[in-house]
Design a protein around this ligand. Structure first.
Ligand SMILES: Cc1cc2nc3c(=O)[nH]c(=O)nc-3n(C[C@H](O)[C@H](O)[C@H](O)COP(=O)(O)OP(=O)(O)OC[C@H]3O[C@@H](n4cnc5c(N)ncnc54)[C@H](O)[C@@H]3O)c2cc1C
Length: 508
């Protein structure tokens, strides 16, 4: 069942809600969580012809999935840990993404600058192995570079002590836009993606999970959605949903926060990324050109509880500024930070004894006694592979017979036509236009100012202050398109002002 014929699916929230209300028989699959994992899983289910609903309690990708380092990568650091099959799986998925979402994913050269010949030999050999593992998935040869070549490739690099470097190839993407492309793909294939629909209870029948109570967070309306299979893809919140099925369920997650700074592109004025494989305290640092800015990250800070809009800690900002200072010519001052953001990694807790129906060392798929399927861990790069494994596991629970996944070569829904974005930008430093705002609300289920400025466009991530400057104008357009009240517009502005404070240092 597809909504064929549309070049780009026009997603309309009232119609999606109506489809949920009117349904008399159970859906095949209900996915809880609209990040990379949930959206990928729902697309996989729909690609097999299964009738699918996805509910997200906030906006699509508003959790971890819009806060990544935005790399589609095999994971060079996993090589050091000897996790070869994981790297190969990710490299295979990298190729698929480059072809299935060509508008959103691009290959990018990475340079590792080194300060000793020992390092040059070590990383050079490691990256030859990386390239060899990629085989026909390779994006280009890795090469040793002289000191002069490294300084020419990375004009922002501090020259002192640089002996040379290694260049290798990986890919980068726009995480929130890829999530939106997945939502549109789901919709175009007959699925129903609902944002601002939170699961408050699971429905159980004879001890089996048979659906969920959903609350429409815009109106407060309660809806009952029944399904043969319920998939819990709620990332760092997945233990909360597991406990709805079984209050005794043991915790399966460890949380770790990763912070990023966004700077002017002048800090690394090149279409090349820099990778530091081992910072002073043994982490990996990326400095990446991204949408006309320079993205710097990340950290790895254990966190006790998941919150909705995590904010980089002062210690994380200090660390990133200090590391940047070791490598970049220009020192990073607080005023240089255009925006910052943090994301929470849902890491599978080792040794919790959950039964794993599908296995990789990066992610886990757990089918509970009550038939709730939980998927946890993993990364953006491998979302499709994880999704395929989840729906393979769901087959046993849903009992619909063998239906192969059709996502390996499925082209995702195209990006908005350029005519939507070709008018004059609302701000000289930001790419958003008035028609882009209208399009986001009319076609892409944007419901709030933050949805438009943070995820339909990436304005908040590119320049938090500038995005606040255009917020009143964006609010007016949004109010007209969504037919909302003046009061709504005011509340949106207040709410967005608070969000901006979580994306700027020294503001809250
Ligand atoms: C700092 C950092 C950098 C990263 N960089 C990369 C990278 O460069 N490349 C890469 O491949 N991977 C990267 N990752 C990993 C990748 O971002 C994650 O694996 C992925 O985004 C996780 O997606 P998810 O769908 O599991 O979780 P989320 O995106 O968090 O989605 C879960 C969703 O569930 C929703 N939800 C929760 N409870 C409910 C409920 N009761 N009802 C309805 N909805 C609910 C939440 O609102 C949320 O939107 C990075 C991760 C971090 C933290």
């Amino acid at each position: 069942m597809g909504r064929a014929g549309s070049v780009i699916g026009v997603m309309d929230r009232p119609s999606i809600l109506q489809a949920l209300r009117e349904r008399k028989t159970p859906w095949d699959v209900l996915v809880i969580g609209g990040g990379a994992t949930g959206l990928g899983t729902a697309v996989d289910a729909a690609s097999r012809g299964l009738e699918t609903v996805l509910v997200e309690r906030a906006d699509f990708a508003s959790g971890t999935s819009s806060r990544s380092t935005k790399l589609v990568h095999g994971g060079v650091r996993y090589l050091r840990q000897g996790r070869i099959s994981l790297v190969m799986e990710a490299l295979r998925e990298r190729t698929r993404l480059l072809s299935n979402a060509a508008e959103l994913v691009r290959s990018l050269a990475f340079i590792i600058p080194v300060r000793s010949s020992w390092e040059k030999a070590f990383y050079g050999v490691g990256l030859k192995l990386y390239e060899g593992l990629a085989g026909r998935n390779s994006l280009g040869p890795s090469e040793w570079l002289s000191r002069e070549e490294v300084l020419a490739e990375l004009p922002g690099l501090k020259p002192s002590g640089i002996q040379g470097g290694v260049r290798y190839w990986d890919a980068q993407f726009d995480d929130a836009r890829l999530a939106l492309a997945l939502a549109r793909t789901l919709f175009e294939r007959g699925g129903n993606p609902l944002n601002y629909g939170g699961v408050t209870q699971l429905i159980q029948q004879s001890g089996r999970v048979a659906g969920a109570q959903i609350q429409d967070l815009e109106t407060g309306e309660a809806l009952e959605v029944r399904a043969r299979v319920v998939v819990n893809a709620t990332g760092v919140w997945c233990d909360d949903v597991r406990r709805l099925a079984n209050p005794e369920a043991a915790p399966t997650l460890l949380l770790s926060q990763g912070a990023h700074l966004v700077l002017d592109s002048e800090f690394l004025p090149a279409d090349r990324a820099m990778m530091v494989p081992r910072t002073e305290d043994g982490r990996v640092l990326f400095v990446i050109p991204w949408q006309g800015r320079c993205l710097l990250g990340t950290t790895d800070t254990p966190i006790a509880n998941a919150i909705r809009d995590p904010r980089p800690l002062d210690a994380e900002v200090d660390y990133l500024v200090r590391e940047a200072g070791r490598w970049l010519r220009r020192a990073v001052l607080p005023a240089d930070i255009l925006s910052f953001f943090a994301g929470l990694r849902p890491l599978a807790r080792p040794g919790t004894g959950v039964s794993t129906a599908g296995a990789s060392r990066e992610h886990r798929i757990d089918v509970s006694r009550e038939g709730l399927i939980t998927v946890l861990g993993g990364k953006w790069t491998t979302y499709r592979q994880m999704a395929e494994e989840v729906i393979d596991a769901a087959q046993g629970v849903g009992g619909w017979g063998k239906r192969p996944s059709a996502t390996a070569e499925l082209r995702l829904s195209p990006e908005p036509p350029s005519s939507v974005l070709s008018s004059v930008p609302l701000h000289p430093r930001l790419p958003l236009t008035a028609s882009g705002v209208d399009f986001a609300a009319r076609v892409e289920l944007a419901r709030t100012l933050e949805d438009v400025l943070s995820r339909r466009s990436r304005c908040l991530f590119l320049d938090a202050k500038a995005s606040l400057e255009i917020a009143p104008q964006v609010g007016r357009i949004l109010r007209a398109t969504l037919k909302k009240s003046e009061r709504w517009e005011r509340e949106q502005l207040d709410q967005f002002t608070r969000v901006v404070a979580a994306h700027l240092p020294f503001s809250g």
